[in-house]
Design a protein. Structure first.
Length: 255
């Protein structure tokens, strides 16, 4: 039976997930333990099949829901309080995939925007890329905003924080990955180069790009060709769009 809402205090072991697609995906993930599902009245029937997976359920009138949780465009009328996913470590992933002839991994150097990170994770789920690697020092932990932007993809994609990107790049090289960094200032284009079967693709923050140490560790530096709009000073792709294009180029070759 669905009970009326009673606001809970935050618990460090739990995270709030909001957004219809993100919540639905999380409810289907058996690795999570769900604490409470909070839905607006208008979505009660939409989530009826998932209610049995959660011990505590709350249905709130639509107006009251928005008063408590803010704009509907953010939460979409549903919030799930659930445990965080325990992420795998990189060594286990490299060991388990060492026999794979085709593999794709993304590394992000100093990208901090949750929307970009979430969008990249979403693209990974569509282009057969299993992991996103970031620096512990310069990247956010998994947040509600990242989960929502990923639109359910974080349930299947590894988000791995490491201490030293350069050291991890060397590990990939030892496991026969070709390391490709992307930089608008190079002359070598993705159009004229075929990505190898096993790739680590690296993207830096917009405007700043990759750090020098990261760039030097790459086997190859490429750019995605674009036609700049000089009049309105539009001269680069959003990093999540650039990442999706590069992943697609690999996907269309080997999948």
């Amino acid at each position: 039976m669905i009970k009326k809402h009673r606001k809970n205090k935050k618990n460090g072991d739990f995270i709030e997930i909001f957004g219809i697609h993100a919540v639905k995906a999380a409810l289907n993930n058996k690795d999570r333990n769900h604490k409470e599902l909070i839905i607006s009245e208008k979505l009660k029937h939409y989530f009826q099949d998932f209610i049995k997976n959660v011990d505590k359920k709350s249905v709130i009138p639509n107006i009251e829901f928005n008063k408590i949780y803010g704009s509907e465009k953010n939460h979409q009328g549903v919030i799930l309080i659930t445990t965080n996913i325990k992420q795998k470590n990189l060594e286990d992933i490299l060991f388990n995939r060492k026999k794979n002839q085709i593999d794709l991994v993304i590394m992000l150097d100093q990208i901090t925007d949750p929307q970009n990170i979430g969008s990249i994770i979403r693209s990974c789920s569509l282009f057969n890329c299993h992991s996103v690697i970031v620096s512990k020092k310069n990247s956010p932990d998994v947040t509600s905003s990242i989960i929502k932007a990923a639109s359910g993809a974080l349930e299947t994609i590894n988000y791995i924080k490491v201490t030293n990107l350069h050291r991890e790049i060397e590990k990939f090289k030892k496991h026969n990955y070709w390391v490709v960094g992307f930089d608008n200032n190079t002359n070598d284009s993705l159009t004229h180069n075929q990505l190898p079967k096993k790739c680590l693709l690296i993207f830096g923050a917009e405007n700043k790009g990759m750090r020098q140490l990261t760039k030097k560790a790459c086997d190859q530096i490429l750019k995605i060709p674009i036609k700049k709009n000089i009049k309105f000073k539009i001269d680069s792709l959003n990093v999540s769009n650039a990442c999706a294009i590069a992943m697609y180029e690999h996907f269309k070759l080997y999948n």
